[in-house]
Each structure stands twice: as C-alpha cells, then as structure tokens.
Design a protein around this ligand. Structure first.
Ligand SMILES: [Zn+2]
Length: 391
C-alpha cells in the first residue's frame, strides 16, 4: 500500500477534505473499524501528541495512527472501500494543540539557550501539557524563560515548517531527540528555536496568545513543568480569577491582599487552638481534683470533648502518681467515638490493652502507657475499665 498523502503538511488550516477509501476492516474493539484513505488531514498520534478528532462521512474518528507512512483511522462505523468520503477535522481541538505545541517549542528553545537544559520528555494531552528537562530550573529561571517566550509571542514571529534537503540539513543546528538524516521536518522560529518535529504548529508565535507555567516539580534529577498556552491559559486564568474573587469576598479584603489575609487567619487559628487547649487542661484539672480519693476509688477516669494528645498525656501522668489503679483521659464522644490515653505505675497496661482489644477498642503502647480509640460510650468504657486485671 502506498504511503498516505498528509494534507496537514501542505496546509495546517485545511480541515475539510475528500479522499478515496482504500480499505476498511473491523477494529479490535467491538463496534470500531479501521479505515485507510489515499489522503488525510487527520494528524496521527506521534511525538507525544494525541491524534486529531473529527468525522469521516457519518463516522466519528476515535483515534488515528501512522505506521510505515500509512495512516489508519479508527472510526465508529464502516466505510465502503472504493467509494469517496468527506473528512472533517475538529478545528478547535487541532488549534488548541497547535497553540500548546508551538508554545512548548518556544519554551524549550529558550530554556536550552539560556540554561543549557534539554527537553527530554513531552506529553500533550487533552487538558495538560507536560515537559521534562534534564537539568534543574529554579522558579526565577522559569519566570525568565516565561517572560522571554511571551515577548516572542508579542513579536508575532512567523513559524516555518520545512523539509530541508539532506546536504543542507547537515549544516543546520537544531534540537532533536532522534538521529535522523532523511525526511526530517524542521520547525523554525527565527531567533527563538529550531527543532525537528512532525506535528502541526501555529503559523506565527502571535497565535500562541500567551504561555504560562502552572507547576514545577523536581523530576529525575531535572524538572517537570506543566504549561498552558492560548485558550488553556485563558481558562486557567478565569478559574483563578473566580476563586480569587470568592476568597476575597469571604475574607472581605481586596484580591491582592488575600494571601496576607489567609496568613493572619491561620495565625489566629493557631492562637485560638492554644487558648482552647489551655482552657481544656484547666477544666480537666478541676475535674481531676473533684474525683473520689485514691483510697475510695483506685482508678481515675476523666471524660472530655476536645483535649489534644499532649494535654491528655500530661494529665494521665499526673493522675498516675496519685492513683494506684488505672488513670485515663477519654476525649471525643461524637460519631467518631473517643480517643484515649490510659496509664498505670502498678498495673501492666499491655495486659490491659489485650483485654480492651477483645472489647473492640483499638489500642497499643507499652507497659506503663497505652493509647487508642473506641466507639463505646461512657458507660461501656467504665464497664470495660472495671473489668481490667487488678482494677
Ligand atoms: Zn512540534
């Protein structure tokens, strides 16, 4: 079979076309078919980029692949070999991919020139563009590249995609992941980047609209970035604007002051937590002093709502000094049950833990102190503690 004529290389804007159906066979998934045409405007999946979508006649194009120059369309209903068919590529989606892909070239080219890092991984999906570089880039480095990319967008530099003859190719300097010498397509953005690439790109840098880096993480000794260009960047900005307005209204501060307002709020929250914790401890100490004397009742059990772990531990330690049996603080009592700390200087708390676990308590620790949780209510807890060895 002859190689498929690739309309997207002649004209990236041509979305509607007529072609002859060369073959159509059932696909591996039920209800799918695989059609080969003599020519197509559908860009197949390759180079880290998803394939175009659209229609062939009444059939929806679900995916497109290329192998040995032959392009196969996976579709949801059969075509008749020998007949001609009208194809239509989803332009919105194609253009979105063109914006992201061209922006990525600009970013990688400038990153390579300024910081000598190479793009070693690229994925352009339906909603995210991910680029991996083989060297570290700081937040300042990323901002500087981003700034240069956007300045190049404003200059609206023409993008040239071409297949240089072999002898000329040898003299060109360009970024490439593969050592090809034949049929290499160069995407050239003068002063910004030259790169070997097969995908559809914007006609000029102005069409990229804007480039914004959304996220930067360390990855395999280098860095992984998420980029958004054009329409995706605008939608991302829209979402952030909406969330910023919402937070601004909730905190009654202007949008440019929301970060400082959240910091103040967190500080206040931690101050309040400290105060609540001190008050709870004071309250618990008063309750502890009202407990029956050790000679009357050797165990000391206290119940509270919101004591933190440290408060509970301090109190149990003090009670253990006075009471010869088990001393414990149970905090909670809501649908999640109680958290507790239980200790004793004379009894073996690990043996107590074994008994409590049989009664549905979750707990563990060491011979002097155990901690855990239970869904039992106060009466159930008192009953369980009364049944402990030595109690
Ligand atoms: Zn490209």
């Amino acid at each position: 079979m002859e190689k498929t004529e690739e309309i997207y290389y002649e004209d990236v804007h041509q979305t509607d076309f007529t072609a002859a159906v060369l073959s159509c066979v059932p696909g591996p998934a039920s209800g799918t078919y695989r059609a080969v045409l003599n020519r197509t405007a559908f860009f197949p999946e390759q180079g880290g980029q998803n394939a175009d979508r659209g229609t062939l006649g009444d059939a929806r194009v679900l995916d497109v692949h290329i192998r040995d120059g032959i392009i196969t369309h996976t579709i949801d209903r059969p075509l008749v070999p020998g007949e001609s068919v009208r194809g239509s590529v989803d332009w919105e989606r194609r253009f979105d991919f063109m914006q992201q892909h061209t922006g990525e070239h600009m970013f990688s080219g400038i990153a390579c020139r300024l910081f000598h890092v190479n793009n070693v991984g690229f994925h352009l999906g339906e909603t995210e563009t991910q680029v991996d570089f083989d060297g570290a880039l700081t937040a300042e480095d990323v901002s500087r590249i981003e700034e240069e990319v956007n300045r190049a967008v404003w200059r609206d530099i023409p993008v040239k995609c071409w297949f240089p003859p072999e002898d000329l190719l040898k003299t060109l300097k360009y970024r490439s992941k593969l050592d090809l010498t034949e049929g290499v397509r160069i995407v050239s953005i003068p002063g910004v980047d030259d790169c070997a690439c097969c995908a559809p790109h914007a006609d000029s840098t102005g069409q990229v609209g804007i480039l914004k880096v959304l996220d930067r993480i360390s990855y395999k000794g280098g860095v992984r970035l998420h980029l958004a260009c054009g329409g995706r960047a605008l939608r991302d900005y829209g979402g952030k604007q909406e969330r910023g307005e919402k937070i601004s209204k909730l905190l009654s501060v202007p949008q440019n002051g929301i970060d400082a307002a959240v910091e103040r709020l967190l500080l206040k929250e931690s101050e309040l937590e400290g105060k609540i914790s001190a008050l709870t401890e004071k309250l618990l100490e008063e309750e502890a002093s009202a407990l029956p004397a050790p000679e009357v009742s050797p165990d000391a059990l206290l119940f509270t709502e919101g004591a933190d772990q440290n408060t509970m531990r301090r109190l149990v330690n003090r009670l253990m000094e006075r009471y010869p049996g088990y001393s414990a603080v149970f905090s909670g009592g809501g649908p999640d049950g109680y958290r507790f700390i239980l200790g004793s200087l004379r009894q073996d708390c690990m043996a107590a833990a074994a008994v409590l676990r049989k009664k549905g308590f979750r707990c563990g620790g060491e011979s002097r102190l155990i901690q855990g949780g239970t869904r039992s209510d106060e009466a159930g807890i008192r009953e369980a503690v009364a049944s402990l060895p030595g109690a």
